[in-house]
Design a protein around this ligand. Structure first.
Ligand code: GDP
Ligand code: ZN
Length: 362
């Protein structure tokens, strides 16, 4: 299998040129471990580590290689090892904001971008047409796909459990416009060939969707075999430890690459309200004392959060972090629900009316 089958093209070749003369070769990251990677080159697979220089100069989490990245390596075939010297520019990336552990309360819960997969052509947004079906969730996944610069494709799985497929499709169409919609049943092996055009040689896809919607079943169908969760046993490092690993970048026989990592499986379009409340419980407690139940602690009157800030009871940095985290979620919410914007206007009208009346009383 050549690297072209894995998606190597002119885009990456252009950026690779300066390295070519120096004896480097391109490789795609197929697995990510704590301190090492598995990369695929034209000479086969290698365990790879970041070069000392790259480690020393890399500051951000997101500047380390992720599954799907094309990297510049020097391979040592006798030792089945390679060194990663650089990441070639990403066409796109799928990432999440991670709250750094240890960075919690005092430092204000610093968040950093974590790349879950890179260089993706299509994102299959899988949902089940059973009790799991949820239009709002599809919208959130759609937004996440667009935000990452990738093309969403809606896969409506479990059509065998749905009595009225046509009206379900119409509901989805109404919110997704020109996005392709593929009704399938992984269980009954129905409609799976519709996924084929997105998985031709050199194209990379990821599967997103809640647990239980049928992602594994679909991947198994595409592979034509039951995928073994534990499928390779390899030497880990010089200490000779063995680790069992799951292939995270799967190459189909007739071309096409599927990236399926634990991080992608856990991906949720944004942190849920509950998560935010748990992470910023102090702010939640304060917010209960604000005059308005839905106070956003911006310029609302009688805001307990603002009072705490001015009295030095709440750290400004921490509050800024909180705002940053909810901003993204709220932005998406507003975009998803056109009525929300109207409601927002009405809410502020009420507030200003209330302020006026208070002034009159005083
Ligand atoms: P994942 O968590 O998204 O990977 O979901 P799985 O592939 O593990 O599937 C979850 C459950 O749904 C399993 O019990 C599957 O057998 C079942 N399932 C998957 N696809 C279909 C389908 O098309 N129809 C029905 N009825 N069940 C399905
Ligand atoms: Zn408030």
């Amino acid at each position: 299998m050549t690297i072209e089958a894995l998606g190597w093209d002119e885009f990456f070749n252009t950026y690779f040129k300066p390295y070519k003369q120096e004896g480097y070769q391109p490789a795609r990251v197929t697995q990510e471990h704590k301190n090492s990677y598995v990369v695929y080159t034209n000479e086969g697979e290698f365990i790879a580590r970041i070069s000392g220089k790259m480690r020393y100069t890399t500051r951000n989490y997101s500047d380390f290689p992720a599954v799907g990245d094309w990297v510049v390596v020097k391979a040592y075939p006798q030792e089945e090892k390679a060194t990663i010297h650089a990441i070639l520019p990403r066409k796109n990336k799928f990432s999440r904001k991670a709250v750094l552990s240890g960075g919690m309360p005092d430092t204000g819960g610093k968040t950093e971008e974590q790349v879950l997969a890179a260089n993706i052509d299509s994102v299959f947004l899988v949902s089940g047409m059973d009790g799991n079906f949820n239009l709002r969730r599809i919208e959130r996944y759609m937004t996440a796909a667009y935000d990452s610069g990738t093309n969403p494709v809606i896969v409506m799985n479990k059509i065998d459990l749905c009595d009225d497929i046509q009206s379900r499709i119409a509901e989805v169409e109404a919110i997704t416009f020109d996005t392709p919609i593929l009704p399938v049943s992984a269980l009954k092996n129905n409609g799976i060939d519709q996924l084929g055009p997105y998985l031709i040689g050199g194209k990379t896809v990821v599967f997103l969707g809640s647990s239980g919607v049928g992602k594994s079943s679909l991947i198994n169908r595409l592979l034509g075999i039951e995928r073994l969760r534990v499928n390779s046993l390899r030497k880990n490092d010089h200490r000779g430890r063995h680790t069992t690993t799951t292939r995270e970048l799967i190459v189909l026989e007739n071309g096409g690459v599927i990236i399926d990592t634990p991080g992608l499986r856990e991906f949720q379009p944004w942190k849920g309200e509950e998560d935010l409340i748990a992470a910023f419980e102090d702010i939640a407690v304060l917010a209960e004392q604000c005059r308005f139940r839905d106070c956003r602690h911006e310029n609302e009157p009688d805001c307990a959060v603002h009072r705490a800030l001015s009295e030095g009871l709440l750290n400004h940095k921490r509050f800024e972090n909180y705002l940053q985290m909810i901003k993204e979620a709220r932005f998406l919410e507003i975009r998803q629900n056109q009525n929300a914007q109207q409601a927002e206007k009405t809410r502020w009208k009420q507030i200003s009316k209330w302020q006026k009346r208070r002034k009159e009383i005083i």
